[in-house]
Design a protein around this ligand. Structure first.
Ligand code: AMP
Ligand code: ZN
Length: 431
């Protein structure tokens, strides 16, 4: 039933394993100049850890720390012992590099294979990886996982929709990995070619790498007639394979034999009460080349209370609600792009793409939502278009508590990115 016996560990076993591994990884991390200094400053060592909660005695690591230690300041092995480098996508500033030993690649591939197996992928599946390769971990990271599981694996990469569909048809692809914004765009492409997306042999889509809502997942499932499972990861924690949905589709199991997760109030750094949203802080327990402890991910989520019906004790996190650094403050109101997506993707008239545009009129910030409308609803009749615009605006106002400008645009007219979608375009003059 399980791909890896670690999936079956009980809460008590996981707690014990976390303590042992945290002590080991601290000893290892202390070999790097960065953690040697951090531990000395905090006056802390492995012997101070007796329960998983003792992790709170450790200092946190931030993106800024990684930048300052660039390129090699967090290594615990000499460069010749490394076999791979990846970099984070740098959606928020300059990229940071992460390094892997041969063993790290092995561990990562096994974690990823475990995720895929958990949601029903089997060695008999033909798997197409439709995400970018290169420095992005969603390429080789998922690729190695699929091979480790034993699937025939097609490294299609991102974009080139015409070639993607040919590969899917020619080789009977049953499982794909695809970024959710591209999954919606790809469905548009198929329909424009007269191909019904559900006529393809895809039975499972692994979707992730960018924030998306439950409404978006349901849309993707409806379009392709498949199951779509949320995949969460970040380069600093290897890449994909950190947390993944099981077939229950109620939150993502975070692999607690390989990582310690905390959810904290980003202001006070105190753990949030169970079930409440906060910032995810992550620790690698098994990484050799570049351990990272108490990393502030900026991703906002919560632990889902209670056990999962699948029986795995590894705790579940809710889908990522956004990043603490992508919160917009418009007219004094806090807005997350995912609130906009949730409304839009729940409306059948709305097409596959949208864009939030921020501008300034005099001293006032203006918040405009550009919305693609499906072909079917993009009628010439001004009156019905205006009525639709009013409906979109009213729904957004109810959710956001401010009234955005809404522009309806023809489907296929907004920019599409090959990687993670850019949902906000900030055109306000720099201060
Ligand atoms: P990178 O390391 O460049 O691949 O970026 C990692 C970041 O992508 C994470 O910190 C999240 O902000 C985002 N991300 C990855 N997977 C998901 C997911 N399933 N849902 C929402 N955001 C995600
Ligand atoms: Zn489960």
């Amino acid at each position: 039933m399980h791909f890896d016996p670690a999936e079956a560990l009980s809460r008590e076993e996981l707690d014990r394993l976390q303590v042992t591994r945290l002590r080991e990884i601290m000893a290892r991390a202390a070999r790097s100049p960065f953690y040697a200094r951090k531990f000395a400053e905090a006056g802390i060592g492995p012997d101070d850890i007796t329960t998983p909660a003792d992790i709170r005695k450790l200092p946190v690591t931030t993106k800024q720390d990684l930048r300052e230690s660039y390129p090699y300041g967090l290594l615990t092995v000499p460069v010749p012992e490394l076999v791979r480098l990846h970099a984070s996508s740098g959606t928020t500033g300059s990229p940071t590099a992460v390094f892997y030993t041969r063993q790290d690649i092995e561990t990562w591939a096994s974690l990823m294979a475990r995720c895929m197996h958990m949601c029903g992928v089997r060695p008999s599946d033909v798997f197409q990886n439709m995400s970018g390769y290169g420095l992005f971990t969603g390429g080789l990271g998922i690729h190695y996982g699929a091979e480790r599981l034993g699937c025939l694996t097609i490294p299609a990469g991102a974009g080139n929709s015409r070639r993607q569909v040919k590969l899917i048809k020619d080789f009977g692809v049953s499982v794909v990995h695809i970024i959710p914004s591209y999954a919606l765009h790809f469905a548009d492409f198929l329909l424009s070619e007269g191909i019904e997306p559900a006529s393809l042999p895809i039975r499972i889509a692994l979707i992730g790498a960018e924030p998306h809502t439950e409404e978006t997942r349901r849309r993707i499932e409806g379009l392709y007639g498949c199951k779509a499972y949320n995949s969460y990861g970040l380069s600093e924690m290897n890449g994909p394979g950190v947390a993944f949905e099981c077939t229950e589709q109620r939150g993502m199991h975070l692999w607690e034999d390989a990582y310690i997760a905390e959810i904290v109030d980003p202001e006070t750094m105190e753990p949030t009460p169970e079930g409440e949203i906060g910032e995810l802080v992550m620790t690698t327990l098994t990484r050799e080349g570049m351990p990272i402890l108490r990393y502030r991910t900026r991703d906002l989520t919560r632990f889902l209370p209670g056990p999962c019906a699948c029986g795995r004790a590894h705790r579940r996190i809710d889908r990522i609600a956004g990043r603490s650094d992508d919160m917009l403050i418009i007219k004094g109101v806090n807005i997350y792009p995912m609130q906009v997506e949730q409304i839009l993707m729940g409306m059948p008239e709305v097409g596959s793409n949208y864009l939030i545009e921020l501008t300034r009129d005099g001293h006032m910030d203006q918040f405009t939502v550009k919305v693609e409308i499906t072909e079917e609803f993009f009628v010439e009749d001004m009156r019905s278009l205006n009525a639709l615009r009013g409906r979109v605006q009213a729904k957004l106002r109810d959710e956001l508590l401010i009234t955005p400008r809404v522009e309806l645009v023809q489907h296929g007219s907004l920019p599409v990115s090959e990687g993670k979608a850019k949902r906000v375009s900030d055109l306000r003059p720099k201060e």
